[in-house]
Write a protein that binds this ligand. Structure first.
Ligand code: C2E
Ligand code: MG
Ligand code: MG
Ligand code: MG
Length: 279
């Protein structure tokens, strides 16, 4: 097998490929080092009920600080973490951090909040996945239904049986499941009744529609579909007041977006939640 890869390697060679490969390997190496040195962070973005506009949940989002004082976007580095397998250790850590911080919130007057964690395909392929989710929950002593797992349609399409089995077991245990970026994948729709889903996240691209055209057919169709399937719906990437009121009118339950709050570190989140409580 190795031999075949070496011969075919030359066939795929492009002038700038070596440079790209070096860059990618460098990124993976740096990610491994920085993860080991505890440089990565988990931030939290509030999710609000669209009627009360009060925070009901949080989404945990990875942050990788870079040397220039900024952050490398997870949209860029998560695919490399997946490709290299690093996402398994990083993902376990995100689960642990999320449960740990949720427990602190529960102990500090915010006992109603849930936390959602994004899960990638390689995590499902890892035979220890279900156990590591349960471990994170048990280690921090939260009730399973306060943890939500977010999966994308691509996860469902790629490896249905592994995914279905793991989700069924976790669902039975009490964890809730959300479909992320709904409508952006190659959705075959038939997974919708095979999976034990609780929530459907309407992708930002459809929520944006409302500012472009008053009709916003797709957002409306997705919310209707969710409602008919008995799922809760949440609008992603709500930036404008008008988007929030439109999604509410369509029957969408919750929203997440810059209009309400950006992702933030735990300490800022506590300040934010305290302020909301006093208001
Ligand atoms: P996602 O799961 O769809 O997360 C939502 C993304 O939308 C986040 O980007 C969030 O910061 C951004 N967002 C929220 N509200 C708004 C808004 O009003 N306007 C705009 N323009 N954007 C908004 P972020 O944090 O850069 O994460 C990007 C993606 O990286 C995530 O998309 C998710 O697919 C992945 N990711 C992040 N953290 C993790 C993780 O711990 N594990 C895995 N497997 N993937 C992760
Ligand atoms: Mg997500
Ligand atoms: Mg999303
Ligand atoms: Mg999205």
């Amino acid at each position: 097998r190795a031999k075949k890869e070496i011969t075919s390697w030359y066939d795929y060679y492009e002038p700038d490929m070596e440079e790209k490969t070096t860059w990618r390997l460098g990124m993976i190496r740096q990610l491994r080092v920085d993860f080991g040195e505890r440089i990565l962070q988990v931030w939290f973005q509030p999710q609000v009920d669209l009627v009360s506009e009060k925070v009901v949940g949080l989404e945990a989002l990875l942050r990788w600080p870079s040397k220039d004082g900024g952050f490398i976007s997870p949209a860029i580095f998560v695919p490399f973490a997946e490709y290299s397998g690093l996402i398994i250790d990083i993902g376990d850590w995100v689960l642990d951090e999320s449960c740990r911080h949720l427990k602190m919130l529960h102990n500090n007057g915010f006992a109603h909040l849930r936390v959602a964690v994004n899960i990638s395909i390689p995590q499902f392929r890892n035979p220890g996945f279900v156990a590591s989710v349960k471990n994170a929950i048990e280690r921090h002593g939260i009730k399973p239904h306060f943890l939500e797992l977010e999966i994308t349609e691509s996860v469902v399409m790629d490896e249905p049986q592994i995914v279905v089995d793991a989700l069924k077991e976790l669902k039975q245990y009490g964890v809730t499941i959300a479909i992320d970026d709904f409508g952006t994948g190659f959705s075959s729709m038939n997974y919708l009744h095979k999976l034990p889903l609780d929530r459907l996240k309407v992708d930002r691209s459809f929520v944006e529609e409302v500012l472009v055209s008053k009709t916003a057919f797709i957002a409306e169709t997705i919310v209707t579909l969710g409602n008919k399937l008995g799922l809760k719906t949440i609008a992603e990437g709500v930036e404008e007041r008008e988007q929030a009121s439109h999604m509410l009118k369509l029957g969408c339950d919750e929203a997440q977006g810059y209009l309400f709050a950006k992702p933030m570190p735990y300490d800022d989140l506590v300040t934010f939640l305290e302020a909301e409580k006093k208001a």
